[in-house]
Design a protein around this ligand. Sequence first.
Ligand SMILES: *[C@@H]1O[C@H](CO)[C@@H](O)[C@H](O)[C@H]1NC(C)=O
Ligand SMILES: *[C@@H]1O[C@H](CO)[C@@H](O)[C@H](O)[C@H]1NC(C)=O
Ligand SMILES: *[C@@H]1O[C@H](CO)[C@@H](O)[C@H](O)[C@H]1NC(C)=O
Ligand SMILES: *[C@@H]1O[C@H](CO)[C@@H](O)[C@H](O)[C@H]1NC(C)=O
Ligand SMILES: *[C@@H]1O[C@H](CO)[C@@H](O)[C@H](O)[C@H]1NC(C)=O
Length: 340
Amino acid sequence: MRFVRFFVLVPSAITIAVDAFHDCVQSRRSSLKRRRRRPGRPSFSSDTSSPCSGGICVGMTDGPHQGGNASYPVAWNGTTGTRLEAFMTVPQYPKALDGITYYIWTDIFFGDESLGRMNQLVPQLLLGSVLDESTGPPDYKPKWHTHATWMFGAHYFFETLNLTTMKTESHAAYGPLFPAYPGEKVYTLFEMILEGTQDDADTTSNKTSYVTDSFFPIWTLTMQVVGDPARMSILPIRHPYMGMGRNGPRPSYSWFEPNFQHLCLNSCWELYGAIDAEHLPTSGAVYNLTITQPKQEHSHAYYDFTTWEQDEGNGICPSCRVEEHHSRDTQQVNIEIQVV
Ligand SMILES: *[C@@H]1O[C@H](CO)[C@@H](O)[C@H](O)[C@H]1NC(C)=O
Ligand SMILES: *[C@@H]1O[C@H](CO)[C@@H](O)[C@H](O)[C@H]1NC(C)=O
Ligand SMILES: *[C@@H]1O[C@H](CO)[C@@H](O)[C@H](O)[C@H]1NC(C)=O
Ligand SMILES: *[C@@H]1O[C@H](CO)[C@@H](O)[C@H](O)[C@H]1NC(C)=O
Ligand SMILES: *[C@@H]1O[C@H](CO)[C@@H](O)[C@H](O)[C@H]1NC(C)=O
């Protein structure tokens, strides 16, 4: 059965200001570094003084990287939901691979519910000593491996507070890993799909009670090499925190929950150990992102798209150029990263 009735996960794009809370949470750079950088290896190199070093991030103006609250509503119009498609080129290898941990990606991320502390949908390109595998249920602990050539896969990274230790612990889920080669183009799709039919939903009360076991949204991540469908990594995320949030004092297990109703986006070269030009990719990369919001029937509303800009990294080397334009429902972002 098809959905015929229009609804959005938030009442409408126009009413965001009324909701008025900042629900995309970016883990502090220092805590991310602690968990994603291989212990004992050099630091995120924008900390270093070398003029040609470190990573770079591009994101929504006034987004969480900048301490701001910019975010986009997650919407569904009965047939289509909010989606993001991104293309990027695979850069040339660095001259020196020792000590590096590279994660290169376009992500979407959400706020937290319950014991969640980080909630990032991040299919990524990998190089060096990286987190690239998960123990799977029930703990979803990430595991380290070392790669001397590019690999990629769909990936969900999240953190939860462990009430026994009172420590924030990282968790991950992965689609299959595949190799990628310099100069190739990699495509990433983030898509919200509704499982079940609206007949299965409890629509008699409020939004929260849409949540039933047979009607819920699934975020599906797909990453593949353009022109080679055999190298395609898919990860459907049926429940936030892969269901680990079910057991908290305030259980969380549906993407319908309030703090998942807005999302934030970034594209990053998250490079650890890129301490100098030798440890940076020897070429830049080109990205393009298309963010599409579903058309709202009987509405001429515009979605609130922000501008985009570089928000992390020294911006000198690597440097980047960012341009953005949008219509009512679609935003196009083009990014060109250069290593000089
Ligand atoms: C973001 O914060 C500003 C300043 O505090 C506020 O005026 C604005 O309504 C907020 N926007 C959202 C989307 O919450
Ligand atoms: C929390 O930490 C305890 C003690 O280290 C561990 O036994 C338990 O598995 C952890 N819980 C989760 C959900 O990871
Ligand atoms: C709406 O949802 C809230 C939060 O789950 C719940 O406490 C309340 O009872 C619900 N209201 C109705 C009318 O079902
Ligand atoms: C984005 O890049 C891909 C790969 O180069 C290209 O096929 C596509 O047309 C581009 N999209 C836009 C909107 O420029
Ligand atoms: C939902 O949005 C999509 C994309 O904007 C559009 O093609 C489709 O016609 C819309 N469906 C409804 C029922 O409005």
